[in-house]
Design a binder for this molecule. Structure first.
Ligand code: ADE
Length: 230
C-alpha cells in the first residue's frame, strides 16, 4: 500500500512512522509512506499556501492552487483509490473505515490547517473527509497519524499474529474482554479461575460474555447495534 501525505509540517509526521509496528511495516515493504511538503507546490515567493477568506472573517484558508498542483502531480504518476481530507467536520473515523482503507492500494491524505481548505478542493479532489473525533486539533497531521495507524496495522503481514487484529475492540461491534497476565495472584488480587483452567471452549464463552457485559455497560449505543445485527 502506498500512502502519500500532503502536509505543511512533514517533520511533525516523521516520528509516528519511525517506531514499532508502523516502522516495521515500512521496513517489510508492506507499506510505503511519503511525506509531501505542500509548500514545494506553492508558486509564491514566500512559499505561501494560505490566504484571507473571501467575505472577510478571522482565520486563513488553505488555497486551492498549491493543493491542486500537488494532487495533480501525484495523480499523473499513480492511480489513487481515495483522496482523504482530515477535518473536524468529516465522518467520524470508525473501525469500518479502517477496514475499508486497509484494503486499498494507493491513498492520499491531505492534512487540513487554519480555517480549512478552499471548498473547491473538497468538491473536486477529495473523495472522503475524516474526523478523528468531536474536538478541534491545531492541524490535521495528528489525525492523519491516527488514521494511518488504524489502517496499517490491519494490512495482512503487518501484525505477527494476524488473528489479534480480528479480536480487537470494535471489530464486531463489541468491546474486547478484560485480559490478565502473570502473576496469577498479586496483592491477593486474583486472575479469574476460568482463565487458568486450560479449557479453551469455556474460556471463549467467558470472554464472549465479558465482551457483551462490557459493551452493554460502557457503550450501550454499540451494544444496540450489535444486537440489531445478530
Ligand atoms: N483537524 C482538526 N481537528 C481535527 C479532527 N478532530 N479530526 C481530523 N482532523 C482535524
Amino acid at each position: 500500500m502506498r500512502i502519500d501525505i500532503i502536509t505543511i509540517h512533514p517533520q511533525l509526521l516523521e516520528s509516528p512512522f519511525q517506531h514499532s509496528i508502523l516502522k516495521r511495516s515500512i521496513e517489510k515493504g508492506i507499506v510505503e509512506v511519503n511525506l509531501i511538503n505542500l509548500r514545494d507546490y506553492s508558486t509564491q515567493k514566500q512559499k505561501q499556501v494560505d490566504d484571507y477568506a473571501f467575505g472577510g472573517g478571522a482565520g486563513m484558508v488553505m488555497t486551492i492552487e498549491p493543493i491542486a498542483n500537488c494532487i495533480n502531480d501525484l495523480k499523473s504518476k499513480n492511480n489513487y483509490d481515495e483522496i482523504i481530507y482530515t477535518t473536524p467536520d468529516g465522518e467520524t473515523l470508525n473501525q469500518k473505515h479502517c477496514n475499508h482503507f486497509s484494503t486499498l492500494n494507493n491513498i492520499i491524505i491531505l492534512c487540513g490547517h487554519y480555517k480549512g481548505v478552499d471548498e473547491r478542493v473538497r468538491e473536486h479532489f477529495i473523495t472522503k473527509e475524516i474526523s478523528i473525533g468531536d474536538y478541534v486539533l491545531s492541524g490535521g497531521e495528528l489525525a492523519a497519524a491516527v488514521l494511518c495507524d488504524g489502517i496499517i496495522r490491519l494490512i495482512p503481514g503487518v501484525l505477527n499474529d494476524e488473528t489479534s487484529a480480528l479480536s480487537d475492540s470494535f471489530q464486531d461491534d463489541l468491546l474486547a474482554p478484560p485480559v490478565y497476565s502473570r502473576p496469577a495472584e498479586y496483592n491477593n488480587w486474583k486472575v479469574p479461575e476460568i482463565l487458568l483452567s486450560g479449557h479453551s471452549a469455556n474460556i471463549d464463552k467467558w470472554r464472549f460474555e465479558k465482551s457483551l457485559e462490557r459493551t452493554q455497560q460502557r457503550r450501550p449505543d454499540l451494544f444496540d447495534k450489535y444486537k440489531s445485527g445478530h
